[in-house]
Design a protein around this ligand. Structure first.
Ligand SMILES: Cc1cc2nc3c(=O)[nH]c(=O)nc-3n(C[C@H](O)[C@H](O)[C@H](O)COP(=O)(O)OP(=O)(O)OC[C@H]3O[C@@H](n4cnc5c(N)ncnc54)[C@H](O)[C@@H]3O)c2cc1C
Length: 377
């Protein structure tokens, strides 16, 4: 039996991927693309149900799909096709649906199994699978019920935080960069305060309030309040070496030099701001006239820009919630609470957070599969 307080379950599937559902990623079997207190926890479930298994299911339902950049797989037409597929699979398994049905209490009476008080009466069950997701985007039905059930049965919760979310800055500090709003470019981005944080090379979007786009969303999962981010506007290049090599008789102006590597708006703003601290560096200076040290500092300022976010846009805008049910209390092959036979936690409610690009759905499918195999064993 599936109990959901929403009238339309799977609302996040419907709205995901701009309505086309980025349902998995060809690389979604790689456990290092998932974050959590126990970074390798997801491995068993992902091995047992890798992305190819979900793609085979999608193919069996004749849902046409395509690969976008970085291995992301999307439906050709609409995410409704994925919802219809899941509905058909559940119907084939004789699942009973209780939609628009609130859960009031969960009990585990002494003799084993569970009693769940709902709007539709008390349901008795041998096993209970909690798949209530995270706290992001409340209008989709998000609630903290899963965390409350976990605590009720003595499981710890790793502190929850909005993740895959745009970053905000203190308005006065951000004011000069507000002029760049709407500008997007590929950058390298890292969180130097977090040793486990990968360095992403993705598109960054400047907004009126801060930073968005895939680069900001990816790093937001690893960023912690009070810590800086490091941004490289020319990933894969060594501007310092390139510019010093040009130096002896470089005739071009600095404004032309920067505009060759950066969007014009960013190049102009950068030179203006750099000039505030280095009055000898003017946009019209020729490279040959500019001291080596100033050229080096200018290159470093572009390849190691340190910024200090003030916060995130919160659960209202976060694609996922990181943290959640502590994985040390769960069996990684069955997602069952080690201390509570029959109680399983799957999907986003668990402390496993995938990268942007189909990883979070893959974790939802794979962890669901692991629990289902345990229930039918
Ligand atoms: C805008 C947006 C776009 C996204 N795009 C992608 C993408 O393209 N690719 C990707 O991999 N991931 C994407 N994600 C993340 C992905 O949607 C989630 O990680 C995934 O849906 C988690 O699945 P879940 O089953 O654990 O939880 P959910 O999909 O959140 O489902 C939880 C269900 O539990 C129900 N529920 C909650 N509380 C209660 C309660 N108290 N009583 C009864 N029922 C309850 C809810 O109504 C809901 O139906 C996106 C998320 C958002 C918000």
């Amino acid at each position: 039996m599936l109990i959901d307080h929403a009238r339309r379950p799977g609302e996040k599937i419907r709205i995901s991927g701009g309505g086309r559902c980025n349902f998995t990623n060809v690389d979604a079997g790689r456990v290092e693309r998932y974050a959590g207190a126990q970074p390798r926890f997801a491995r068993d479930a992902l091995r047992a149900f890798p992305p190819q298994r979900f793609v085979a299911l999608v193919d069996r339902h004749r849902i046409s799909h395509h690969e976008k950049h970085r291995g992301q797989l999307f439906c050709d037409d609409s995410s409704q096709r994925i919802l219809q597929m899941l509905r058909a699979e559940a119907d084939a398994g004789a699942v009973q649906w209780r939609l628009g049905c609130r859960v009031h209490a969960v009990r585990a009476p002494g003799q084993g199994g569970f009693e769940i008080d709902t709007d539709a009466g008390t349901v008795r069950a041998r096993a209970l699978v909690v798949a209530t997701g995270g706290l992001s985007i409340p209008p989709t039905g998000a609630s903290d019920l899963g965390y409350r059930i976990a605590r009720q049965f003595g499981l710890d919760i790793v502190q929850t935080r909005p993740a895959l979310v745009p970053l905000r800055f203190e308005p006065a500090a951000w004011a000069p960069f507000g002029a760049l709003s709407g500008l997007a470019l590929e950058v390298g981005i890292g969180a130097p305060g977090q040793s486990c944080a990968p360095r992403f090379v993705e598109d960054l979007l400047f907004t009126h309030r801060g930073l968005s786009g895939p680069a900001a969303l990816q790093i937001s999962t690893f960023w912690r309040p009070g810590e800086p981010l490091e941004i490289d506007f020319a990933p894969g290049r060594q501007l310092e070496d390139e510019w010093i090599a040009l130096q002896p008789d470089g005739r071009q102006q600095l404004s032309t030099l920067l505009a060759a590597s950066l969007p014009r708006r960013l190049a102009a703003l950068w030179l203006d701001r750099f000039g505030l601290e280095h009055p000898e560096v003017r946009p019209t200076n020729r490279v040959a006239q500019t001291g080596k040290r100033a050229l080096r500092e200018l290159a470093a300022s572009l390849q190691r820009w340190i910024v200090l976010p003030d916060g995130t846009e919160g659960y209202r805008k976060a694609e996922v919630t990181s943290g959640g049910v502590d994985t040390s209390a769960l069996d990684p092959r069955t997602l069952q609470a080690r201390a509570v036979p029959g109680l399983h936690f799957i999907g986003e409610v668990v402390d496993v957070t995938g990268w942007l690009g189909g990883y979070n759905f893959q974790w939802a499918w794979a962890s669901g599969h692991a629990a289902a195999m345990a229930l039918t064993a």
